[in-house]
Design a protein around this ligand. Sequence first.
Ligand code: C5P
Length: 235
Amino acid sequence: LSCGVVIVAAGRGERAGSHAEGPKQYRRIGGRPVISHTLDLFVNWQPARRIVVVIHKDDEALFETARAAALPAGDRLTVVHGGATRQQSVLAGLEALADEDITHVLIQDAVRPFVEPAMLERTLAAFHNGARAVLPAVAVADTLKRADANGNVAETVSRSGLFAAQTPQSFHFAAILEAHRRASVSGHDDFTDDAAIAEWAGVRVHLVEGSAGNVKLTLQKDIAMADQRLSHGLP
Ligand code: C5P
């Protein structure tokens, strides 16, 4: 296996509200930018041959500051500019790996700084068992309700067999590059994760156990909780 990593960080983070430190991937948790924590995990992960970080063109200076706060990645790290949607940003990252000698790629949201190495090992094990697409996910624990237009419960939805998808989502490189390119030229631009693109392209996606701690920082409160967790050693 020869693994590439794409970390997407070109979003504007509007749901977290605006902040002097910039979009949420540059907010400080535990004293340094969110993305510097995410980067460290993959810089430390031996199988990562190349790491591509996809940033917004206006965030060059923010990213340089974050990179300086992370472990040195040397010439393993490439930075490219993203697009208007997450899907476009991922494709830009994949294209940057197209001429490299990569067999598999892990696609990671910059705003998930708590990936556990054990999850990455489960992903590698799935690849060794022949999987071409691997999705870390956790079984849904809450009881689910569908609401009607008046804010009342319309029905209770069975949670049996339902999982919440996390990242990194990982793929046979040529398969996901082809699927992404095909989605892009056929005008499918509303996929919210890469597993959905693999599914659309007919690639079977294998589930592995995610982790409850591998949260996505979306809202201001998520950033505050992540900061508490790192600053005070909370679980
Ligand atoms: O917006 P959302 O929370 O789904 O973003 C998930 C990840 O995708 C974030 O790390 C964000 O920076 C990235 N993204 C991107 N390019 C976009 C939109 C989101 O790289 N146009």
